[in-house]
Design a protein around this ligand. Sequence first.
Ligand code: GUN
Ligand code: ZN
Length: 440
Amino acid sequence: MTQTLLRGRFLTFHREPENGDDTGAYTYIEDGGVLIRDGLIERAGDFADVAAQAPDAPVVDHRPHLMMAGFIDTHIHFPQVQVIASWGSQLLDWLNNYTFPEETRFASEEHSARMAAAFYDQLIDHGTTTAVAYCSVHKTSVEAFFCEASRRNMRMLGGKVLMDRNAPDGLRDTPQSGYDETKALIGDWHGKGRNGYVITPRFAITSTPEQMKMAQALAAEHPECHIQTHLSENKDEIAFTRELYPKARDYLDVYQSNGLLSDKTLLGHSIHLEPREIEAMAETGAHPVFCPTSNFFLGSGLFDDAGLRSRGIANGIATDVGAGTSYSMLQTLNEGYKVLQLQGQSLHPLQAFHWITRGNACVLGLEDQIGTLDAGTEADITILNACSTDAMALRMERAETLAEELFILQMMGDDRAVEEVYVSGAPQKQANRSVIAKVL
Ligand code: GUN
Ligand code: ZN
């Protein structure tokens, strides 16, 4: 039995705050304690109370920093760590010119292993403890992805992209090989440790109707797995999809008519939507995923968060690296705030921090495991410092409330604001840093 007691300012959410005054939605404690035992949160609350129950536990004092649940990124591309910040085009050219050539390199076990270590170092540096990732078409990339997650004991979700057309040699599977490899990977990795397999038809353009049918079979045979794909990110993408699937009622119908929509489905981007598509999302419980830095970077468009929420739809929020320009969920909130501002919508900091923790956990149906500091959940914890740069410290001199502090983190914070990260109760920021990543 190993116990550790973290001391610091404590913030956790119980539900989404309705507004900035909704104090019942969260617990904030000036001198808080989180008792960790064997990778789980055993007890949390006032430091004095928690310490009295565990007088022998070693204490790690993080005061005056803020302890909260580790961040959750619901859409990211593992093989794009060397694509981020590639200049100059919108989605389809960006895929063809930069992304697809780079992803062909993940046929190599050695390259995949090196990139996996670097990828997890980046997540940890930025305070992200769970991500839902696209791997490449190659089995090797998925093996590296889950191997490294297992080594670090991180709760990670991901899968091999299914793609059998409109992609270069070395980056296509076939309906049968995509099915067989996915099946084998689910058997090898799903539910092993903290790993979750995600059935991943990349998007309509890169899958033939035959492959979509295979994805349908996989989803029906494995209802325990999440499903992820891209939807209505870019107008040229939508026009090409309509040509490729002329019988579909709209873009979403390509997925819906193949039985791919449920509350376990994540639909990256979901920007240019038809009313019927929105109704279908509301009916099936599928989740649009907002990718603000990516949508700005590729000039894709503005995500209508309030419009979707008004239909009772629960949206995820994510980085979408490598079209996304930062691994930081804080920077993602920063850009997300501006997207909503452009549409006369709002994002209060309490809602923002709920979103990147418990909110994204709820989208994944994993709120009993991650996303809060509740007793019994997994001890994935991020420690934040709102004075991590001179500019932030200066601004913090004038901050009087928790909401103001959170907003400073949301607008100005990045990896420098992440003091420490615990995964399954173990400190990561220095401890697990890979030698490989250092020599990149
Ligand atoms: N649509 C299909 N593949 C991708 C991808 O890798 N990134 C983004 N942003 N959109 C996609
Ligand atoms: Zn994406």
